[in-house]
Write a protein that binds this ligand. Structure first.
Ligand SMILES: Nc1nc2c(c(=O)[nH]1)N[C@H]1C(S)=C(S)[C@@H](COP(=O)(O)OP(=O)(O)OC[C@H]3O[C@@H](n4cnc5c(=O)[nH]c(N)nc54)[C@H](O)[C@@H]3O)O[C@H]1N2
Ligand SMILES: Nc1nc2c(c(=O)[nH]1)N[C@H]1C(S)=C(S)[C@@H](COP(=O)(O)OP(=O)(O)OC[C@H]3O[C@@H](n4cnc5c(=O)[nH]c(N)nc54)[C@H](O)[C@@H]3O)O[C@H]1N2
Ligand code: SF4
Ligand SMILES: [Mo]
Length: 893
């Protein structure tokens, strides 16, 4: 029987009454700390979380306390629609495979298929035991705790404050190695997470290896793309697979992993064939005219240290902010004893060899198509035109080329993104109506110039400081990387080689799946086996959870009370969302099992460890609103609505303070939010474009990517200073070669391999699987439809390729890369590039105690490697398109 506790949590954790519920599991009579659900409301304001977008507004309908329907609400950002995942949310709540009560392991042997021999325990026992173990680690060395997070629960507001109060620097994004998409956007847009097309104005959009909406069934993205297509926007989809989006535009099939070649060919064609680009933009809003010395650095004025440009009128170099007759965009000049060239000139010379014919030889995209697309892109850019929005004149450039993880997750992948940015800059289509826009942040900070006149790199393009000895994620050696679960695995397996000076003794998993969603799953299983104590705040018995010593079951998302500031991510781009400031509310349904709200779990643990109260306690960090990279979870608490550091607070109290502190609010209260489910305010439309804050020549983007060179120079110096080698690579030129300021062709690690491996495997997200947030893989309603989809969870092959190999539709084959293999059923189609082997989503694997559905289908990630010499050293990303061979049952084909 659960022991009654005194204090502010009385109303959450009291009166436990272990009844048998419909599923036959013990639960307790829940009494909400949330006034909204204390009555018998029949319709609740919901907030979907069946994908990372997590902002579609829903109505949750109940009958006799049972959820009978979830539907979209007619408010932003989804305006009534839900995708297949959102529609299946009911089954997320009533999933019989959830963890239903706290568990402590009794079997010391660990493995995905080994029964942990769980002991069901009370919350009191689970929390006391976990806190005692974590406290022991903290007393010895707080760095001994690693917190591993992921999209499974990014809603928690207390994960980061808990870790900081604990004193551990080690947060690991479980998801990072296959999602390295942020550098270019941080550098060119000062934004996060990626850059998106302005679908409200764009007329010609080239999209490479990414999804705008329909491919992953993102509701706001699909709405906006549909409108843009109706309006007549031309869509060019460069992809080895003819996706749903490709079907709505021109499909340009490309050989997997060769997008950099295509993009270099496109840039070449604009410069040398079309010979038309936005000279005003390049001269005024980029560092293209800056003079570069023979070392590749800016020529600087001796007195002021400022970068210089060449004035054609009086033939001399001047600081960039001086008065100019006519700025030189191209050319070579002598300044004193120095021979210098403009940044633009160097890029132009660098791109000379990348003719469309050359690009065709690598990417298979016909040279004539590359030339045509280059011409159409520039034609649609309307160079020189303007548009007035609310009395403000913007350049109007309705074109954009965008890339994402399937283009960037290769050695050289950061260059692909940067070449796409260069193409947008050639058209003048950066941060202006119609063009390519940073996704998340709107305001003066994004494009703010530094002392060199160029905008300050933001987010991951801003170097992390060189800290030695390094953290377990090795960010010291990869200062611009995304999260690096793979490097953590390497470092923990060989601490000395990676200069680690302390041990990881405790692991806290919260909604991340380090095992399944990266490469080489076994390495993470081995790593987790060696960690002395691990705890998982879990929804179901996924791979990291079955490896744990303690399982703390959390509420499913519909049971989680939430107040969330809206933060546009990934695909959503238009005035509708980009000028929108919104608070959203999720009224929770009553929990059906013996679970807790994730943030109540953190509070209870923090209190027991002794890190909840006082200065540098968890509440203090909540008040400080530590600089979250994604502000979506930031509380933004401010005077006089801060938490009292010496008193325990319920979540309901914190939500109340959050609403009162909301910086776009005008005195709204929790009642307002409770009544309407959201508070929405649109800022003036012109502020949806960051150009507005720094117009004309008030800021510049890096066309010549000097930031890469600066980072590499510093990294080299630091390695020398500490007299250390770059860990994990034999030859560090493999690393430094990717930091050159002029992008160039870098073949991925999967080219030039033995001829046996004659195809390349590719992967994509789908309307059913966008990641496993909400446990979509085990959702029976979704399974009912994904099992009918011929392309889901199978091995897709082009018909001609299949014929040459004697493979027929329905055959079983093994797909083998140099690193791993998988088996599956073949589906044949004209809609795949002849060199591609397509495997969607992330099916397969599972554990001894997970939903059997999670074991079905091939797991693409088994084909991948995390070896350092295959990485993109700038982003830290792993190779996503491995070369493979097919083995048909009964022999090699
Ligand atoms: N094959 C393949 N691999 C991929 C990708 C892909 O498209 N295909 N995508 C890559 C990308 S871009 C990313 S960002 C990463 C994402 O990888 P992760 O950040 O690890 O995220 P998720 O897939 O959301 O799942 C994490 C775990 O949380 C569990 N979970 C679901 N709901 C809940 C919940 O309410 N609470 C808790 N505690 N856990 C929950 C899931 O079942 C899963 O085991 O994966 C990468 N890996
Ligand atoms: N609704 C919703 N939206 C999401 C997410 C979600 O969970 N829900 N997850 C978000 C996250 S974390 C991320 S990182 C993004 C990532 O999402 P995206 O990168 O946009 O999506 P993917 O489906 O992985 O890949 C997109 C396309 O790349 C193609 N592709 C595969 N290999 C290649 C190649 O070699 N070259 C080219 N040109 N194309 C290739 C695939 O066929 C696919 O059509 O999505 C985000 N969007
Ligand atoms: S896109 Fe789908 S899964 Fe994602 S929040 Fe919206 S309805 Fe839910
Ligand atoms: Mo991602």
């Amino acid at each position: 029987m659960f022991k009654k506790r005194k204090g502010a949590y009385d109303n959450v954790l009291s009166e436990v009454d272990f009844n048998e519920n419909v599923f036959g599991y013990s639960t307790y009579q829940w009494q909400s700390s949330d006034p909204s659900v204390e009555g018998d409301q029949q319709v609740l304001h919901g907030l979907c979380r069946m994908c990372m977008q997590g902002d579609c507004a829903t109505s949750v309908h109940l009958e006799d306390g049972v959820v009978v329907k979830v539907e979209g609400r007619e408010v932003p950002p989804n305006y009534g629609s839900l995708c297949p995942r959102g529609n299946s949310a009911t089954m997320n709540l009533y999933n019989p495979y959830r963890v239903k009560t706290p568990l402590i392991r009794t079997n010391p042997e660990k493995g995905l298929e080994i029964d942990p021999k769980w002991k069901e325990v009370s919350w009191e026992e689970a929390l006391d035991y976990t806190a005692k173990k974590l406290k022991e680690v903290r007393d010895e060395d707080p760095r001994g705790l690693a917190v591993c997070e992921g999209w499974g629960n990014r809603e928690t507001i207390m994960r980061i404050p808990f870790r900081l109060a604990f004193g551990s620097p080690n947060e690991i994004g479980a998801h990072g190695s296959l999602c390295t998409v942020h550098y270019g956007t941080g550098l060119i847009h000062g934004n996060f997470p990626i850059s998106v097309v302005d679908l409200e104005h764009c007329d010609y959009h080239i999209t490479l290896g990414r999804s705008i909406g329909p491919n992953i069934a993102t509701v706001p993205g699909t709405r906006k793309l549909t409108k843009a297509l109706k309006r007549g926007m031309k869509l060019v989809v460069v992809d080895p697979r003819s996706s749903y989006e490709a079907a709505k535009g021109e499909w340009v099939p490309i050989r997997p992993g060769t997008d950099l070649a295509f993009l270099l060919g496109l840039a070449h064609s604009i410069i040398f064939d079309v010979q038309k680009y936005d000279i005003w933009f390049l001269k005024n809003r980029t560092n293209g005219p800056y003079l570069i010395d023979s070392q590749g650095d800016y020529l600087r004025d001796e007195e002021t240290g400022k970068p210089m440009m060449w004035d054609l009128t009086d033939s001399q170099a001047k600081t960039f902010d001086a008065e100019f007759g006519e700025v030189a965009l191209e050319g070579s000049f002598s300044v004193g004893k120095k021979e210098v060239k403009t940044g633009f000139q160097l890029i132009k010379e660098g791109f000379l060899e990348y003719t469309p014919e050359w690009a065709e030889s690598i990417s298979t995209v016909p040279a004539q198509d590359i030339r045509r697309i280059a011409g159409e892109f520039i034609e649609h850019a309307r160079i020189g035109s303007t548009i007035e929005i609310e009395g403000f004149q913007f350049p109007y450039r309705p074109v954009s080329v965008n890339t994402e993880r399937n283009v960037m997750n290769h050695r050289g992948g950061t260059y692909s993104d940067l070449v796409a940015k260069i193409i947008n800059m050639l058209a003048g289509a950066i941060e202006v109506p119609g063009g390519c826009l940073g996704c998340g942040y709107r305001g003066p900070q994004a494009l703010a110039p530094g002392p060199d006149g160029t905008m300050m790199p933001g987010y991951e393009a801003k170097d992390r400081p060189f800290v030695f000895p390094p953290d377990i994620g090795m960010h010291t050696f990869y200062p611009n990387s995304h999260t690096t679960p793979h490097l953590v695995a390497h470092a923990l397996s060989d601490p000395e080689k990676y200069y680690l000076t302390y041990e990881v003794k405790a692991w806290l998993n919260i909604g991340g799946n380090i095992i399944k969603y990266n490469a080489n799953p076994e390495q993470y299983v081995n790593m987790m086996r060696k960690i002395p104590f691990s705890v998982s705040i879990a929804y179901h018995m996924d791979e990291p959870t079955i490896m744990s010593d303690v399982v703390l079951p959390e509420h499913s998302f519909m049971e989680r009370s939430r107040v969330a500031p809206f933060w546009p991510q990934h695909q959503a781009a238009s005035y509708e969302v980009h000028a929108l400031q919104m608070l959203q509310r999720r009224q929770p349904v009553k929990p059906i099992y013996n679970t807790m709200h994730v943030d109540d779990i953190f509070t209870e643990l923090a209190e027991r460890i002794g890190i909840l109260y006082g200065e540098n306690g968890m509440y203090d960090y909540l008040n400080k609103d530590v600089d979250y990279i994604i502000k979506e979870n930031g509380l933004n608490l401010r005077e006089p609505y801060l938490l009292d550091l010496n008193q325990k607070h319920t979540l309901a109290e914190i939500h109340e303070l959050q609403v009162k502190s909301w910086k776009f609010g005008e005195g709204e209260t929790m009642e307002d939010l409770e009544r309407d489910g959201h508070i929405a305010k649109w800022q003036p439309k012109k502020t949806a474009y960051n150009y507005y804050y720094h117009p004309g020549n008030q800021t510049r983007h890096e066309f010549y990517i000097i930031n890469l060179k600066k980072t590499a120079d510093q990294l080299r110096q630091n390695l020398e200073k500490h007299q250390i080698q770059f860990p994990g690579v034999e030859d560090d030129s493999l690393v430094f070669d990717l930091y050159k300021p002029v992008p160039y062709w870098v073949p991925s690690s999967e080219f030039g391999v033995s001829e046996e491996y004659d195809l390349w495997a590719i992967n994509w997200k789908t309307p059913y699987y966008s990641s496993d947030i909400g446990g979509v893989v085990g959702n029976p309603w979704l399974a009912e439809i994904y099992k009918k989809d011929p392309w889901e969870a199978v091995i897709c092959l082009n018909s001609a390729t299949a014929e040459t190999k004697g493979i027929k539709d329905g055959d079983r084959v093994t797909v083998e890369s140099r690193y791993g293999s998988l088996e599956g059923l073949v589906r044949i189609s004209e809609l795949f590039h002849p060199d591609a082997v397509g495997i969607s989503g992330a099916y397969g694997m599972g554990t001894a105690q997970s939903n059997p559905l999670s074991k079905e289908g091939p797991l693409f990630n088994r084909l991948l490697t995390t070896k350092e010499d295959t990485l993109d050293s700038v982003s830290g990303g792993i190779e996503i398109a491995p070369c493979v061979r097919l083995i048909r049952k009964g022999g090699l084909s």
